[in-house]
Design a protein around this ligand. Structure first.
Ligand code: 5GP
Length: 187
C-alpha cells in the first residue's frame, strides 16, 4: 500500500499557524497530529484537542519509553510528537500534518527525508509583535521570549522546503492547500 505523506508546518509563535492548520484541516480533511506538552492550558483549550497536556514527570516517562517521534524544549516547556499520532496513519496511506517548532522539523527531516517542511511566517517582526500582543494570552515576559526565539526560528526556517507568508489568512491557507495537493500528486 502507498504510504501517506508527512507535512511539517513551523513558524514563529503568533504567526497564525494554529489558525491556518485548522482551516487547512477543514478543507482537506487531513490529520493534524495532536502533540503532547507540559505547558499550562490556555483559556478555551481542551485536553486532547489542541494538545495532550502532561506533567513534566509524565512527559519524561514517555521519553524514557521511546514514545516520541521527536520532542524539544520550546519557550521553556516540553513539546513532542507522539509516534501513536503519526506512524499508523502514514502506514494506512493517510497524510499527516505536524504543527511543530523548527527544532522538531529538523528532527523529522532526519527520520522522514521525504517529509515536506513548510515555514509559515508573518510579513515582518513588527507584525508578529502586534499579533502576539493582540492575542492577549501571553505575559509581557512571554511576549519578549517568543520574539527573541522568533529571530532564531526565522534563520532555521531558511532551510525549509517552502515558505508561506501570512499576509491574509485565506490566501495563506490556499497556498498551503496547493502545496499539499501538489506534493501528494507527485508522490
Ligand atoms: P504554543 O505554546 O504557542 O501552542 O506552541 C509553542 C511552540 O511549540 C509552537 O512553535 C509550536 O509549533 C511548537 N510545538 C507544538 N507542538 C510541538 C511538538 O510536538 N514538537 C515540537 N518540536 N514543537 C511543537
Amino acid at each position: 500500500m502507498k504510504k501517506g505523506n508527512l507535512f511539517v508546518i513551523s513558524g514563529p509563535s503568533g504567526a497564525g499557524k494554529s489558525t491556518v492548520c485548522k482551516l487547512v484541516r477543514k478543507i482537506l480533511r487531513i490529520n493534524v497530529a495532536v502533540s503532547a506538552t507540559t505547558r499550562a492550558l490556555r483559556k478555551g483549550e481542551v485536553e486532547g484537542n489542541e494538545y495532550h497536556f502532561l506533567t513534566k514527570d509524565d512527559f519524561e516517562n514517555k521519553i524514557a519509553k521511546d514514545e516520541f517521534l521527536e520532542y524539544a524544549k520550546v519557550h521553556e516547556n516540553y513539546y513532542g510528537t507522539l509516534k501513536s499520532e503519526v506512524e499508523n496513519k502514514l502506514a494506512n496511506g493517510e497524510n499527516v500534518i505536524l504543527e511543530i517548532d523548527v527544532q522538531g522539523g529538523i528532527q523529522i527531516r532526519e527520520i522522514y527525508p521525504n517529509a515536506k517542511l513548510i515555514f509559515f511566517k508573518s510579513p515582518s517582526l513588527e507584525d508578529l509583535e502586534k499579533r502576539l500582543r493582540f492575542r492577549g494570552t501571553e505575559s509581557e515576559e512571554t511576549v519578549q521570549l517568543r520574539l527573541k526565539n522568533a529571530k532564531e526560528e526565522l534563520e532555521i526556517g531558511k532551510g525549509y522546503d517552502e515558505t508561506v507568508i501570512n499576509c491574509r489568512i485565506e490566501q495563506a491557507c490556499t497556498d498551503i492547500v496547493n502545496l499539499i495537493e501538489k506534493y501528494t500528486r507527485e508522490n
